[in-house]
Design a protein around this ligand. Structure first.
Ligand code: BGC
Length: 447
């Protein structure tokens, strides 16, 4: 079935009935007080701002304020992740009280008319799992399967949209090639590929377990997709193509064929059971990077990846720009994902922007793109903005603010941003006017 747009009255971009207007979050970024491989990474001083997650948005204590605000805004779906280290703090010792806490969260969402989506793994690992070598360990798929069974037994009746893994390509690349994420290894492309194939096998097991419990549910994963734009044709195009192949294609190939294509297949392992094991493709889409051929960029296979200064950008990270805010990435990602012939959800899209300089522009232009893709026949069932409330941004700490709601982490004071109200209005109306498109047709002001 493909999503169908209702007939238009000319001046209003209306979305299909039942379209999910969501927000995405992740356990470690919002719960506070987690004890996992990331909290160890924070303690070891790896966060660029030298922050620690602290109590984050305090969701482990209470989600009431944020869930109330989400409901008031008109958001009808919320993606959260469950924290493996809380549910299985020691190997094979499961915490009933942690599962009970998540059950409460999901019930609280349902009570507010918000459909939950649950992600099983969003970058964090229990310490014991990390010590075994995480997804490089031969046991990892079985361990992930057992964890999934417990979660689905406890929460399955409350969730119909499951994401097994968030961004295996980011987890593997930043953890094993650039060293920006734990375990902080650099240049280990072979390991990154092995991690991805192991995650694909774990995904396939989880897919099966969830469906054994609940036939009607939808299971997928969230793929980060980036555009690598060659500055000119020729060599720039060649190196940009290589960057894109490495970052975007690996996990797609594993789910499409059960194995990598050459050359990744030479070292990356395979995942035959993963072939076709999805009900939807989730896409996390943010940026475009520019690439030119550069003999000095040996570590990046001679592709210099950069962000020009004159493109729309949100706030910068501590050491480097976050990236070009580029709504067109959605089209590139959807057109690639369409090859699976499955429904598509935009599972994350957003921009770091403490003062709402860029976010309203991004929202309207991203949603305009989604609308036009649906019009072209793509079966896009929902858009989830990253994120509801400012939260702890991994390697950058509290430096980057992605929320529709601003948070002061010290006082826990929340302030709804103008972009939050704008998104709420769009969700409530299931679309927006062409006047809004017109209003945000110009690129936002530079910093
Ligand atoms: C991740 C989020 C992160 C966001 C903004 C995504 O790739 O899934 O956890 O906060 O990007 O950087």
């Amino acid at each position: 079935m493909s999503a169908e747009l209702p007939s238009e009255n000319g001046s209003f971009l209306r979305f299909p009935k039942g379209f999910l207007w969501g927000v995405s979050t992740a356990a470690h970024q919002v719960e506070g007080g987690n004890d996992n491989q990331w909290s160890d990474w924070e303690k070891a001083g790896h966060i660029r701002s030298l922050d620690a997650c602290g109590s984050a948005c305090d969701w482990w204590i209470s989600t009431d304020v944020d869930f109330d605000l989400a409901q008031k805004l008109g958001i009808n779906s919320l993606r959260l992740s469950v924290e493996w280290s809380r549910i299985e703090p020691q190997e094979n010792c499961f915490s009933e009280s942690a599962l009970q806490r998540y059950r409460r969260m999901l019930e609280d969402l349902h009570r507010r008319g918000i459909q939950p989506s649950v992600c099983l793994h969003h970058f964090t690992n229990p310490r014991w799992f990390e010590q075994k070598g995480a997804f490089l360990s031969a046991e990892s798929t079985a361990l992930f399967e057992r964890f999934t069974s417990r979660v689905v037994e406890a929460l399955g009746h409350l969730c119909k949209l499951w994401i097994t893994f968030n961004e295996p390509n980011v987890y593997a690349t930043l953890g094993y090639v650039t060293g920006e994420f734990p375990p902080g290894q650099k240049g280990k492309v072979d390991r990154a590929l092995k991690v991805m194939s192991s995650m694909a096998r774990a995904h396939a097991r989880a897919y099966k377990v969830i469906h054994e419990f609940q036939r009607e549910t939808q299971v997928g994963w969230a793929q980060h997709y980036m555009v690598f734009h060659p500055v000119q044709s020729g060599l720039d195009r060649m190196v940009a193509g290589i960057q894109s192949l490495i970052f975007n294609e690996g996990f797609f190939q594993l789910i499409e064929h059960g194995h990598f294509k050459l050359p990744f297949s030479l070292v990356g392992g395979s995942a035959p059971e993963a072939e076709g094991a999805i009900d939807f493709v989730g896409l996390n889409v943010y940026n475009r990077f520019h690439v030119d051929f550069d003999l000095k960029s040996v570590g990046q296979l001679f592709g210099r990846v950069y962000v020009p200064t004159d493109v729309p950008q949100g706030d910068s990270g501590v050491e480097k720009p976050y990236g070009e805010a580029f709504p067109g990435t959605i089209r590139a990602a959807v057109e690639r994902a369409a090859r699976f012939h499955k429904p598509i959800y935009i599972m994350e899209n957003g921009v770091p922007d403490a003062t709402d300089r860029v976010r309203p522009w991004l929202l309207i232009n991203a949603l305009k793109e989604v609308h036009s893709l649906i019009k072209d026949g793509h079966d896009i069932r929902g858009y989830f903005h990253w994120t509801l409330t400012d939260n702890f941004e991994w390697a950058e700490g509290w430096w980057l603010r992605f929320g529709l709601i601003a948070l002061d982490p010290k006082t826990q004071q929340r302030t709804v941003r103008g972009s939050g109200r704008l998104y709420g209005e769009i969700a409530n109306n299931n679309g927006f006017t062409k006047e809004l498109v017109e209003k945000y047709s110009q690129a936002p002001p530079q910093k």
